[in-house]
Design a protein around this ligand. Structure first.
Ligand code: ARG
Length: 578
């Protein structure tokens, strides 16, 4: 579609320039003005003439009529005038051959662009607070973050994925107090994260009754900030145990990070930041604490140091941003967190700007997302009233395994496939709606093999794989050779599928610019719907006409490529068989 838009823009521009010498438009401007007619019967691409009315001093329908007169565009077979629009019809067979040939040539790189070449983007995502449970609230940051990383890499960016672990702060004081009072090494080693969560929950229950426990925890954390050896040793051990657990979840999701530099990593970098804030006269003391006043920007103050001199979350973020700029020289640093932290980011972004770092204005980007609940909050929770991510995945895997057992009991490697399909079902469901919306997870809907779900999309992918392998087994070997459809008319189903496949590069660019993986998820559903219609209504392998049979198999292979790439972009598994 991009090539076609370019060709159409150039032809229309030449026409406009022949009508006036004061249009002051470029082909790129025209490309940006194109629309897609709501009904394919009206055309495949539309050019609205309303904006030209002023320059040309004519009514839009008249302009459309003059522009259409003698207009010839390669790849367009017909141009209609409809009101103030030029409605263009593509040469369908030509476009189909073109699209399929492009996909077969580019394979897994079809849809990519090079806007990020030579640029670096840092992505800060997942970043759980170590002593607290890794729960469904982290699903968003983890999968949106990783998908954004994939999208950036696909568009040429050098990407650095950072897990900014919440591995420092008063919660460690709480953990250590709880462990020393009620825990023991063997139980924690055996119970891993669950045992830590139990201790954490116990601390909060006990602190309700005896608030001095909170003071004790604060004192322990202050001692940690001074490097108290016993506490530091316990702290390292707690982190190791938690990371072991997180790694299991990341492995299921196929996620790796380039850096695990968490909040504690910045401890020794804090004094320099605090000095700089003092020197630049930005920080003030308020009731013993050190803050940056942001009232001029309609925000509450940004808290840097507590009364006892220990550093706070925003201060560590400021230190981390300065360190990352120096280390990676990023063009963009993206933070993916729940929208509950929007103010936090706005505040410290502003502080960096006040410190004179101009790049903070446009290179630091907060990508927020809404809240998640499960089955209206009815799902049973282990402890602390949260649903652990691991439990959610395990439930999904179990249910998918049961469905698969019924559908395809002899499938080879079924455990692994059920794991991939189960986890992917959760991701797919989560990434189906826009990220800002609050989501209520209905497990049954997410796991169904019918409807607009992950399992349905994966089933469709497996179907495309199976057709391709059957064709290969039947002797069709040169599936990547270009097709020629001159003089061949295609069916409506084929044309619709081709048109959707041609949109992939546009969707990738849109998902990237809007930081919105759901654009890809919804696009996958469009491809699946068009492909399934094609599969059900049209003969593929049994088609008698050789040109058509070959084309249909190649079209199926193109679907396999596009779905496979799109699955990768939203971090869901590709299984050739389900
Ligand atoms: N650890 C935080 C949390 O779980 C998220 C950290 C996000 N990244 C950052 N640089 N602040 O809420």
């Amino acid at each position: 579609m991009n090539q076609l838009k370019q060709a159409a823009a150039e032809a229309i521009l030449a026409k406009i320039n022949a009508l006036t010498d004061s249009a002051d438009l470029s082909a790129a401007d025209i490309v940006g003005m194109f629309e897609y007619p709501p009904d394919p019967k009206m055309g495949d691409l539309a050019f609205p003439c309303f904006k030209l009315a002023k320059t040309l001093r004519q009514a839009p329908p008249k302009i459309a009529a003059s522009l259409s007169d003698g207009l010839s565009i390669p790849g367009i077979s017909r141009v209609d005038v409809a009101g103030g629009y030029l409605n263009m019809f593509t040469d369908k067979s030509g476009m189909a051959a073109n699209t399929v040939n492009t996909i077969l040539e580019k394979k897994e790189t079809y849809g990519a662009n090079d806007e990020g070449v030579g640029k670096t983007v840092v992505l800060d995502y997942s970043s759980p607070n170590v002593a607290k449970p890794f729960h469904i609230g982290h699903l968003g940051t983890t999968v949106i973050g990783h998908s954004l990383k994939k999208l950036h890499a696909f568009c040429g960016y050098d990407c650095v994925g950072i897990n900014h672990l919440g591995d420092w702060g008063t919660q460690f004081g709480k953990m250590i107090v709880a462990y020393k009072r009620w825990g023991d090494r063997a139980t924690v080693e055996a119970g891993e994260c669950d045992a830590l969560v139990d201790l954490y929950v116990k601390f909060h229950e006990e602190a309700e009754k005896d608030p001095t426990l909170n003071d004790e925890a604060r004192a322990v954390f202050t001692a940690m900030e001074h490097g108290e050896p016993e506490y530091m040793e316990l702290w390292k051990w707690i982190i190791d145990i938690s990371l072991r657990e997180y790694e299991k979840t990341y492995k299921q999701l196929g996620i790796t990070f380039d850096s695990y530099a968490g909040e504690s990593f910045y401890t020794d970098k804090m004094p320099a930041v605090v000095d700089e804030l003092k020197q630049k006269d930005i920080m003030v003391i308020d009731d013993g604490a050190s803050i940056v006043d942001l009232s001029e920007y309609n925000m509450p103050p940004c808290l840097i140091l507590k009364r006892d001199g220990s550093t706070l979350y925003p201060a560590r973020d400021i230190a981390a941003a300065l360190y990352r700029k120096k280390t990676y020289n990023f063009d963009k640093c993206i933070y993916v967190t729940s929208s509950g932290q929007s103010l936090h980011f706005a505040q410290w972004f502003k502080v960096l700007e006040l410190m004179g770092y101009e790049w903070a204005k446009d290179q630091l980007v907060h990508v927020p997302y809404g809240t998640v609940s499960i089955d209206g909050g009815k799902l049973s929770t282990r402890s602390g009233n949260v649903v652990l991510l691991r439990d959610l995945f395990n439930q999904a895997i179990e249910k998918v395994a049961a469905i698969m057992e019924e559908k395809n009991p002899n499938l080879e490697g079924k455990e692994q496939i059920a794991e991939s399909v189960g986890v992917s079902a959760i991701i797919f469901y989560y990434l189906s709606s826009g990220r800002i919306r609050d989501i209520n997870f209905i497990m049954e809907d997410a796991l169904s093999f019918e409807g607009n779900t992950g399992p349905y999309a994966q089933y469709t992918y497996a179907r495309s794989c199976s057709i391709v392998s059957k064709a290969q087994a039947a002797g069709m070997t040169d599936l990547h050779a270009p097709v020629d459809l001159t003089g061949t008319a295609l069916t409506e189903e084929e044309n619709a599928l081709v048109k959707t496949l041609a949109l992939f590069p546009d969707k990738v660019a849109q998902a990237l610019h809007e930081s919105e993986p759901s654009v890809i998820t919804r696009y996958i559903l469009d491809v699946c719907a068009d492909f399934n219609r094609f599969y059900h209504d049209i003969q593929i392998l049994s088609c008698e006409d050789e040109t058509l049979r070959t084309f249909r198999v190649k079209l199926t292979l193109a679907v396999k490529y596009v779905l496979g790439t799109a699955f990768d972009l939203i971090c869901i598994g590709k299984n050739e068989k389900i």
